[in-house]
Design a protein around this ligand. Structure first.
Ligand code: CA2
Length: 148
């Protein structure tokens, strides 16, 4: 089973800046942890600060992978184009936010991506990515049972 973890702008700074909001763990350590927890999952990780590159990646995997876990960072609140990309592919996506966007500034309280995602997880720190992967694994297992 193949899952893309897709991170948007500034998330490359995780563990380096603003630890009071985003914690001290790096994304690399989270990926190692996820590979241990989900040995049957083949992880593809991609981070970009460029909107079009995130869209290209969604197009690249969106008809063949089993899931996309997306944290589009600030683009979550502004990008009609990423919304349209997620809407145009068949791979299910789960939106993750490390911080609780509803407890922050007004402009972060709405995401343009949520309605085209299977679910949304926010405010649970980096664990949110683990819960999202678990949910995609469960979905795939249920599908397998139904098609056996
Ligand atoms: O809480 C989240 O995961 C966000 O998607 C993070 C975005 C923010 O614009 C969203 O409103 C909520 C910002 C990512 C910036 O990440 C940093 C990580 C460490 C240090 C500095 C920035």
């Amino acid at each position: 089973m193949k899952i893309l973890i897709l991170n948007g702008p500034n998330l490359n700074l995780l563990g380096i800046r603003q630890p009071e909001i985003y914690g001290t763990d790096t994304f690399e350590s989270l990926l190692d942890k996820m590979k241990q927890i989900f040995p049957s999952v083949e992880f593809d990780y991609y981070q970009s600060n460029v909107e079009g590159e995130l869209i290209n990646k969604i197009h690249e995997v969106g008809f063949s992978y089993d899931g996309i876990v997306i944290n589009a960072g600030g683009y979550s609140h502004t990008s009609v184009a990423i919304h349209d990309a997620l809407a145009s592919v068949t791979t299910p996506a789960i939106e993750v936010h490390i911080s609780n966007i509803y407890a922050r500034e007004e402009y972060r309280r709405h995401s343009l991506l949520s309605d085209v995602c299977m679910g949304v997880i926010c405010g649970l720190g980096l664990d949110g990515y683990i819960y999202a992967v678990k949910s995609l694994v469960n979905k795939k297992e249920k599908n397998n049972i139904l098609t056996q």
